[in-house]
Design a binder for this molecule. Structure first.
Ligand code: PEP
Ligand code: MN
Length: 357
C-alpha cells in the first residue's frame, strides 16, 4: 500500500503520520519516505494492518491519497507510475551528465574494463571508450571474484583512478560497491553505484545504497538465478529506503549449458517495461562470456528496447586481469556504438511508419 503525502501538510501533520505508520507497520524500524516524480510517498505492507490501523492512517491530515498496487513490489511498479523514469547521472561540476530512461532518444553506452588494473590501463581505456562514443565509463575497484586467489581489485586506489579518468574525459563513472560500510566512500567517487549479481539480495547493502548513497543512481544487476519478482523486490528495497534512482541490468542467468557463461534473458526487457518504470540496461559481456558473441547480443539488446548497454572493453583483452575472454577492443566498441544509434533510428522510423499504415 502506497501512502502519498500531501505536499501542503505541515511539519506536525507529517510527523504524526510518520509516527503512526512506524507504530502500526514499521516493524519497529524507522520508516523512510521517497520522492518519486512529483510525489512524496511511503510504502507499507497492507496485510500487516488491521482495519482500525488502516482507518487511522486514512484519516491523517497529511495523507493525500492511498494506492494499492496488486503486485508485491509497489514503488517500482508501472501501476504506481505510468511514465518511464528518467535518471540523470553525473554532476556537471565534474563530468558531462547523462540521461538514462524517460523519453531519452539514444541508448546510453557504458564501457570500460572489468577491473581497474593500473593508471595506464584505465586512462588508456577511458580515452579509447570516449573516442568510440561511450558516454559512461565502467571499471571495478572492488571485485567480487569466485576464487579468493583471483585479482580482487585495487580498492580505494581504483576509485581515485576512476575519478581521475572522469576528470580527464568528462565521462561519469560506474563502479561496484560490495559492502554496506563502503557505500559513502564509493558514492564520494562514483556517479552510479553498481550492485553486482552476487549481491542482488544483499538486503543490508540494498538498504544502505537507498539510505546513504547520497542519492547517486544505483544499477542493480540481476542475480544469478533471480526471478523477475525477486529482482523487482530488490529494487523496491532501494527505492523504499529513499533512493528512487534505480537502473536494472540484465546480465544473463544461470543455465544448464556451459557453452556460454550465462543465458541472456532478452524477453525480460519488454516484460520489465510492462511491469516497472525503471530503465533497463543489457550487459552482453557477462551474459555470454565470449567476446565474439558480444556485438550480436548488443544489437539484440537494443532491438529488445533496452535503454542502454554496459560492455567490457580492454585495450589488450588477452592480458586482462579479469574477464578478458569476454572483453572487446575499443575498435569493436566503436562499431557497436555506431550500430546501436543506427538501429534506434531505424526502430523509431519503423514505429512511425507502422502508426501511419
Ligand atoms: C561486473 O560487472 O564486473 C560484474 C562482476 O558483473 P556481475 O555482477 O553481473 O557478475
Ligand atoms: Mn567482469
Amino acid at each position: 500500500m502506497i501512502i502519498v503525502i500531501d505536499a501542503q501538510a505541515n511539519q506536525d501533520e507529517r510527523a504524526a503520520l510518520l509516527a503512526l505508520v512506524e507504530r502500526v507497520a514499521g516493524h519497529r524500524r524507522p520508516v523512510a519516505t521517497t520522492c518519486i516524480g512529483e510525489s512524496e510517498v511511503i510504502a507499507i505492507d497492507q496485510a500487516a494492518l488491521d482495519t482500525q490501523a488502516l482507518d487511522a492512517i486514512r484519516h491523517q491530515p497529511a495523507v493525500a491519497q492511498i494506492l494499492t498496487p496488486t503486485t508485491p513490489y509497489q514503488l517500482v511498479s508501472r501501476h504506481f507510475k505510468a511514465s518511464p523514469s528518467r535518471i540523470v547521472v553525473g554532476d556537471a561540476r565534474h563530468c558531462d551528465p547523462v540521461i538514462i530512461g524517460g523519453e531519452q532518444a539514444m541508448p546510453v553506452i557504458m564501457a570500460g574494463p572489468c577491473a581497474v588494473e593500473s593508471r595506464e590501463q584505465l586512462l588508456e581505456t577511458a580515452r579509447a571508450v570516449k573516442e568510440a562514443g561511450a558516454t559512461v565509463l565502467r571499471g571495478g575497484a572492488f571485485k567480487p571474484r569466485t576464487s579468493p586467489y583471483q585479482f580482487q581489485g585495487l580498492g580505494i586506489e581504483g576509485l581515485r583512478l576512476l575519478a581521475e579518468a572522469r576528470q580527464e574525459t568528462g565521462l561519469p563513472v560506474i563502479t561496484e560497491v560490495m559492502e554496506p560500510e563502503m557505500v559513502e566512500v564509493v558514492a564520494d567517487y562514483a556517479d552510479i553505484l553498481q550492485i553486482g549479481a552476487r549481491n542482488m539480495q544483499n538486503f543490508p547493502l540494498l538498504q544502505a545504497v537507498g539510505r546513504r548513497g547520497r542519492g547517486k543512481a544505483v544499477m542493480l544487476k540481476r542475480g544469478l538465478s533471480a526471478t523477475i519478482d525477486e529482482w523487482l523486490l530488490a529494487a523496491e528495497y532501494i527505492v523504499a529506503a529513499g533512493n528512487p534512482n534505480v537502473i536494472l541490468c540484465e546480465r544473463g542467468v544461470r543455465s544448464f549449458d556451459p557453452q556460454t557463461r550465462n543465458l541472456l534473458d532478452l524477453a525480460c526487457v519488454p516484460l520489465l517495461h510492462e511491469l516497472t518504470h525503471l530503465p533497463v540496461i543489457v550487459d552482453p559481456s557477462h551474459a555470454t562470456g565470449r567476446r565474439e558473441l558480444v556485438p550480436t547480443m548488443a544489437r539484440a539488446g537494443i532491438a529488445a528496447g533496452a535503454e542502454g548497454l554496459i560492455l567490457e572493453v580492454h585495450p589488450d583483452p588477452n592480458s586482462a586481469l579479469c574477464d578478458g575472454r569476454q572483453s572487446i577492443t575499443p575498435a569493436e566498441l566503436r562499431t557497436i556504438v555506431y550500430e546501436a544509434r543506427l538501429m534506434v533510428q531505424i526502430m523509431q522510423d519503423a514505429d512511425r511508419l507502422s502508426q501511419v499504415a
